[in-house]
Design a protein around this ligand. Sequence first.
Ligand SMILES: Cc1cc2nc3c(=O)[nH]c(=O)nc-3n(C[C@H](O)[C@H](O)[C@H](O)COP(=O)(O)O)c2cc1C
Length: 362
Amino acid sequence: MSVLFTPLTIKDVTFRNRIGLSPMCQYSATDGVMNDWHRVHLGARAAGGVGLVIAEATAVRADGRITPGCLGLWNDEQMEAAASVNRFVAEMGAVPGIQIGHAGRKASAARPWDGGAHLKDDEGGWPIVGPSDTAFDPDGTRLWKTPAQMSVADISEMQGLFVAAAKRALAAGYKLLEIHGAHGYLLHSFFTPLVNTRDDQYGGELRNRARMMLETVDAVRAVWPENLPLAVRLSVSDWTEGGLTIEDNIQMAKWLKERGVDIVDCSGGGATPAARASIGERTADQVILGGQLRAEAGIATMAVGTITQAKHAEALIADGTADMVLLARGMMRDPYWAMHAATELGADVKAHLPVQYGFYMG
Ligand SMILES: Cc1cc2nc3c(=O)[nH]c(=O)nc-3n(C[C@H](O)[C@H](O)[C@H](O)COP(=O)(O)O)c2cc1C
């Protein structure tokens, strides 16, 4: 029997299998509002048989979008559009999840296919913020804006924005909330010494650098219902001398667990140009490090990174590397990846598909 296709229950939420759509920015929104593209992108993977669909990095405030095309959850129009997509995702039998975050010093960029460089304010960009006032790549040939260093009052306001977004996520029908703590965006940039050079209670030693993430998690957990799963995506390594190590992240995972986080989504990199990107060649290594984090922190995990083969995904669950697998590019190529994997692994295909398709399957 396939373990990949065995249901997983976390709190009051049951996933029909261990496969999830990894969050993927679509850079296709106007004013942060979901549209037909998001409905089809997320809806097709739900209809394709996954257990969990995680909507892309969704900003808690307008300046937290990576690009002007990124999603937001800072107003009710955004919430209502998301609610409509979520109703469909849930009807298809998948659990609707969302990743909320703030892009910090990596915000205000052009879409990747428009070059991805920072947009000047008169090109549709905006002023950016971070733990410290250093640019992502001060020596780079592309424009990288310098963020304003956040004050303690700014930090507290930001945590309030995460809380407001969590409340809207609940109202929109999401059943799993993921806090984006990876890829060099705001929360990760506070945690990593590669970016955070503060000398107050939010900088310096590990526990101080973790404070922003942990306080945010505490504030969100207080409003996100106890019976619904809360996830955090971490960069399990910065892949750079002097950056965060797996040991640092195991410590972080223990702190997160104490605060009621249910599952850690194990990604990697992204803090600096040298700390390779989340879709770079180290993604296979991060899957292995995620397994170490699961074992040593004693918390459930999601594995992500270059998972494309059904047997590989099955093995990752079977050998205890992770509790769920997430696919991004593999599901861009094949929205029916889960259905194909079920067939290959001899699972009950019908049970993992909406009736409109499942009825006709062998
Ligand atoms: C187009 C694209 C957009 C992405 N957007 C996000 C995002 O919004 N949030 C996030 O945490 N990771 C994002 N990622 C990273 C993926 O979620 C995933 O971790 C990464 O692609 C590795 O998985 P894969 O090898 O299955 O593609 C994105 C990746 C791609 C290709």
